[in-house]
Design a protein around this ligand. Sequence first.
Ligand SMILES: C[S@@+](CC[C@H](N)C(=O)[O-])C[C@H]1O[C@@H](n2cnc3c(N)ncnc32)[C@H](O)[C@@H]1O
Length: 468
Amino acid sequence: MGRRKKKVWQNVKVTGLADKGMAVGRNEEGQVVFLTDVVPGDTVDALLLRKKKGVWRGVPQQFVEYSNDRVEEKCQHFQDCGGCKWQHFAYDAQLREKETIVRDAMQRIAQVEIEEFRPILGSSKIFGYRNKMEYSFSNRRWKTKDEIREDNIQESTDALGLHPPGFFDKVVNITSCWLQEEPSNAIRNFVREYAEKHQLAFFDPVNHKGFLRNMILRNNRKGEWMLVISFYEDRPQLIESLLTAIIDKFPAIVSVFYVVNQKKNDTLFDQEFIHFFGNSSLQETLGDVEYQIRPKSFFQTNTYQAETLYKVAKDMAALRGSEMVYDLYTGIGSIAAYVADQCRAVIGIEEVEDAILDARENAEANGIENAHFYAGDVRRVFTQDLMERHGRPDVVITDPPRGGMHEDVTRAILDMNPQTIIYISCNPATQARDIKILSASYEVKTMQPVDMFPHTNHIENVAKLVRK
Ligand SMILES: C[S@@+](CC[C@H](N)C(=O)[O-])C[C@H]1O[C@@H](n2cnc3c(N)ncnc32)[C@H](O)[C@@H]1O
């Protein structure tokens, strides 16, 4: 039986960005295909590969016309890594597209009037903006598209770098990444060279063996660095020699931890972090607040834009000093600490217990006495009992994960009836869904998208809702 011929749509115009680095293409009849490797403004003949949930997925078979918004990508790993999918799309065009995604979600899903929709705030740094990178060691190096095209497959199968999308075992061997400032690349490359020279085994993620497993690099704006390496095998002498060599080479590293992780998966939150050298945390200052960032702590990854985001949220809340504020999904209490000086009291709720310990310590270290923190699911903690203890909210600030708020939480906010809700979201679709429910009693005064992650499809959006 012969193979079925693949369908091609001619003259597909790419009209906008979609999720996961794809873009929306439309043929002359207006039918939709989600395409990879294109940017809005391109026109292509599209090869249709498969249908998912009734919509075609495809790739360009050939380009009919290139978009004026295409730019040369900066990164040598762009074709293989998938970390910065929009690097070949001009930054002002990225911002325009992200703003459109927020507007569309609000129109399509929330179906509410927005009194003031502000232009998106772009990131002041579009490279070197991350304060945390997580790399993996693997003995299953990803063969690059160039190697395959040129039929020049490199011998070594070891890699230290980033997973290509969809592969837990393969790793793209990163030699130069633009996401974090130097000496991030220098440290990672030194570790790889040291490991090769001393024949340290890179982790085999399929058969679970090997020595070197993961590496995390964090930095603050003062130029101080924290290093965490996780090992699969507990070999104290080898660990000590490697970590000492790194510390000797890079004086900017002020804090070193290691982990021996013998679980099947790479997650480290449930593992013991062994303090090897220097400080036990990094400090970062946002506004007047100094945050202690420990190796397990969540902290917004783009420090510069975190400051912008928190300032937008605080300004929108327009606190006068007398308000009772609830900060839902508070993480390490960053927003609670940031607004504490302008309200009567602030209550932070977060499900990760360690984060709540950080939040309490941070508040204490900053002399903040009017912030109180509770560990637990917002759905179970944000209740009438809590209101009886602290009083009902005048302002609710909420910053849930991508899935948005549980409907019970959204309805609990309606019941608590605050004057103002500040809703920070990293997913406009779920934010729009929740706003639709809240719009029964609230109107949307202001919306402010903020770009925290240039060259990616991630968007942050802050909405101010006021009681009708
Ligand atoms: C987007 S982060 C917000 C962090 C914080 N507002 C900040 O700016 O650093 C979402 C937080 O919600 C927490 N979280 C997720 N689901 C939760 C739930 N059901 N109840 C309480 N916290 C939750 C996560 O652990 C995470 O810290």
